[in-house]
Design a binder for this molecule. Structure first.
Ligand SMILES: Nc1ncnc2c1ncn2[C@@H]1O[C@H](COP(=O)(O)OP(=O)(O)O)[C@@H](O)[C@H]1O
Ligand SMILES: [Mg+2]
Length: 448
């Protein structure tokens, strides 16, 4: 896994139970739905924002989710992402990542903003489509290695409900067939211009004949119509995807010889070219732009320069919707000595719609912990649960949830009892207790 994927996984795994905002058709929150529990008003507010985003009525604005630690700010943002659906880009970063990245701050921000804008491209392509009735690959002698044969051409017969067609294809096609392990009975598409092949499934009748494990295959009917047809393809890429593609195609000799290293910076020139291409596609009706969401968690880490940059980005014609989250009240804006609400500069506060999340009561907290336990396959006794909720109320919900895994280990993965919670509570300090401890140690050292 790459580092970025790893981060992504760590970030979302704690929220894997969240499937949406849990609203009814009138945007009213059900107390418990889609993995969401309580926090009714914040969820309803988030629902209205989702509606506005979907209708394209939120440009130039930003949202701030403010509330104490463990009150579900991140969970709420994930819920918003789920409601927006797969097609709307949702980029999730933590404020501190801006500084840890290997590229300049502004470059990182630009890339991140462009990841949050989607381009839905429609393309009509001529394709051959059908069930593979028969297939044979003809081999030839390898030009240098006398002991090896290599594929030369392939002959394939495709069948639809109405037609059968025999195609004689070239070497690169034959290679693709072998690489992808395409067999008789598969349903495939061949792009007529590029010769690229994709397997889209297995035909029903072929499945009935063979009887191997097909859990990962899509079983489908034989396609209608003629084998060669014009078909619309729709796919969504982000501006950043297009930037990367564009800058990669300009590979130079050095990168061919020494391996293409992932380019860290994308030039303004590349971006300008991409923007022009996209604009043309949109004007021709072949693409639509989809402004997505950039979620900046723990935004108290952002400094005045970053805020200024984001503020300017929001004024651009094409900008994602930015959602911030913080647990700070009035504090200094980083990089200045000015105090302001949430540590944000005033011009940004002007654009902001604020959603507040509140600390959970024992009842809600219990249900959230239970949901997490269930999701992780952890069994916990009633008494132990009560104690854990008590801890959660004193420290934080997140801390209580974190104790589940080590307690489960102690319980030998049978059932967590009160004594297991007591023990992990002693072994793993929460933030408050560990800070108090360090403070006491400091005092002892000073007055020793
Ligand atoms: N209303 C809720 N319903 C379900 N799970 C929640 C809810 N609020 C928080 N959680 C879960 O509790 C944990 C802590 O919440 P989190 O969103 O990380 O809090 P915050 O971001 O405010 O610090 C996470 O695992 C989160 O998914
Ligand atoms: Mg959070």
């Amino acid at each position: 896994m790459e580092i970025s994927e790893m981060r992504e996984w760590e970030r979302i795994s704690a929220h894997s139970h969240i499937l949406g905002l849990g609203l009814d058709e009138n945007y009213r929150a059900l107390r418990k739905a889609d993995g969401m529990i309580g926090q009714i008003e914040a969820r309803e507010a988030a629902g209205i924002i989702v509606k506005m985003i979907k209708e394209g009525k939120f440009a130039g604005n930003a949202i701030l989710i403010a509330g104490p630690p463990g009150s579900g700010k991140t969970a709420l943002a994930i819920g918003i992402a789920k409601e927006l659906g797969e097609d709307v880009p949702f980029v999730h970063i933590a404020g501190s990542e801006i500084y840890s990245s290997e590229v300049k701050k502004t470059e990182f921000l630009t890339q991140t903003l462009r990841k949050a804008i989607g381009v839905r491209i429609h393309e009509m392509r001529n394709i051959y489509e059908g069930k593979v009735e028969s297939l044979s690959v003809e081999y030839m002698q390898h030009p240098y290695n006398p002991y090896q044969k290599i594929p030369a051409t392939a002959t394939i017969t495709l069948k639809t409900k109405n037609e059968k067609k025999k195609l004689k294809m070239d070497q690169s096609f034959a290679m693709q067939l072998l690489q992808q392990g395409i067999e008789e009975g598969d349903i495939i598409q061949i792009d007529a211009d590029s010769g690229r092949v994709v397997k889209i499934g297995i035909s029903k009748d072929a499945v009935e004949e063979k009887s191997y494990d097909l859990s990962s295959e899509k079983i489908m009917d034989i396609p209608d119509g003629s084998v060669l047809k014009e078909k619309e393809f729709v796919y969504t890429l982000t501006l950043n995807d297009l930037d990367m593609m564009q800058s990669r195609s300009g590979m130079d000799l050095a990168s061919l010889l020494f391996g293409a290293s992932e380019r860290k910076e994308i030039s303004e020139d590349v971006r300008r070219r991409v923007d022009e291409q996209v604009k043309r596609l949109v004007e021709d009706g072949r693409a639509e732009l989809i402004p997505g969401v950039l979620f900046i968690d723990e935004c108290s880490m952002l400094d005045i320069e970053t805020y200024a940059f984001l503020n300017k980005a929001m004024e651009q014609e094409l900008s994602p919707i930015i959602i911030f989250a913080t647990n700070r009240g009035i504090t200094t804006v980083r990089g200045t000595d000015i105090k302001s609400p949430f540590g944000m500069p005033l011009d940004l506060l002007d654009r902001l719609l604020v959603i507040t999340t509140k600390k959970y009561d024992a009842e809600d907290m219990k249900e959230i912990i239970m949901t997490r336990a269930k999701k992780e396959g952890i069994k916990i006794e009633k008494d132990a649960m009560e104690y854990l909720v008590e801890i959660g109320q004193k420290a934080s919900l997140r801390y209580a949830i974190q104790l589940l895994a080590p307690a489960w280990e102690l319980a030998n993965k049978e059932e967590i009892k009160r004594e297991h919670i007591e023990r992990v509570y002693k072994l793993f300090a929460d933030v408050k207790r560990s800070v108090n401890y360090l403070r006491k140690m400091e005092e002892e050292m000073i007055y020793d």
